[in-house]
Design a protein around this ligand. Structure first.
Ligand SMILES: Cc1cc2nc3c(=O)[nH]c(=O)nc-3n(C[C@H](O)[C@H](O)[C@H](O)COP(=O)(O)O)c2cc1C
Length: 204
C-alpha cells in the first residue's frame, strides 16, 4: 500500500522549516481524500484557519478531494476512561465523535490545526484526541499522512507541532511536517507561513 505513494522527504520535525517537504499526494490517485480539522473557537476569525485553508488549498490544487471540519461546532464529550472502546472497538458515549472519527478514517491525509493554548493544543482538540485511545492502541491510522498547522500569540508553536506530530505517529500515520505562525508581530505574521502551509498540501 505504501508503495503507491510518493516519497515523504521529511519525517523529521527538526527540519520542518524547510520550504518543500510534504508530499501528500499519491502518484496514481488524484482522488486522495484530505480532511482538515481546525480546533480554534474563533471559528471564521481564527488565525489558525488561515493556515489550515492554505494547506487545504494546496491539496485541492493538487487534485485531492478535500473536506473541512471545524471541530468546535461539534458536540464532543470528555472520555470517561471506561475502557469499553478497548474491548469493543466502539465508544459508548453518544455524541458527534463517531461522525468525526468516521470522516478521519475515510481520509488518506489529515491536516490538523490548532492555536496554542497555554503551551498546548485547545481543550476541544485534546478532548477529541482523548476519545481516540482505542484508535491509538490499534494504530488504526497506519498508511495515512498528516500535517500540523498552528498559531500562537508569542510562541509555543514548536511544542504543539512536536506534540501533534508524535500523536499522529502513535496513531500510525506518517507525520509529514508542520508549520506555525507566531502572531505577536501583528496579523501579517500569518501571511508569511501561508505559502508554506499551502506547500504542505501540494503534490510535488
Ligand atoms: C486561552 C488562551 C490561551 C493562550 N495561550 C497561549 C500560549 O500559551 N502561548 C502563546 O503564544 N499564545 C497563546 N494564546 C494566543 C493564541 O495562541 C493566538 O492568539 C492564536 O493565534 C489564536 O488562534 P485562533 O485565532 O486560530 O484561535 C492563547 C490564547 C488564548 C485565548
Amino acid at each position: 500500500m505504501i508503495d503507491q505513494y510518493t516519497t515523504i522527504t521529511n519525517r523529521n520535525f527538526s527540519v520542518r522549516n524547510e520550504p518543500k517537504y510534504f508530499l501528500l499526494m499519491p502518484i496514481f490517485s488524484p482522488l486522495m481524500k484530505i480532511l482538515a480539522l481546525n480546533a480554534s473557537p474563533h471559528r471564521k476569525n481564527s488565525n489558525t484557519l488561515q493556515l489550515v485553508e492554505a494547506a487545504l488549498r494546496g491539496a485541492s490544487e493538487a487534485g485531492a478531494d478535500t473536506e473541512f471540519l471545524d471541530i468546535c461546532e461539534y458536540d464532543i464529550k470528555y472520555c470517561t476512561g471506561c475502557g469499553i472502546c478497548y474491548q469493543t472497538g466502539e465508544c459508548p458515549i453518544k455524541d458527534d465523535y463517531a461522525e468525526i472519527l468516521s470522516k478521519m478514517q475515510d481520509a488518506d491525509g489529515l491536516i490538523i490545526g490548532t492555536p496554542v493554548y497555554i503551551n498546548a493544543v485547545t481543550a476541544q482538540l485534546k478532548t477529541l484526541l482523548d476519545r481516540m485511545a482505542d484508535v491509538i492502541h490499534c494504530q488504526a491510522f497506519t498508511g495515512k499522512y498528516g500535517i500540523v498547522v498552528t498559531t500562537g500569540g508569542g510562541g509555543g508553536t514548536d511544542e504543539v507541532i512536536s506534540y501533534l506530530g508524535n500523536t499522529l505517529q502513535v496513531l500510525g500515520a506518517n507525520m509529514c511536517g508542520g508549520v506555525g505562525a507566531v502572531m505577536g508581530g501583528g496579523p501579517e505574521q500569518c501571511q508569511l507561513p501561508r505559502p508554506k502551509g499551502r506547500g504542505l498540501g501540494l503534490y510535488s
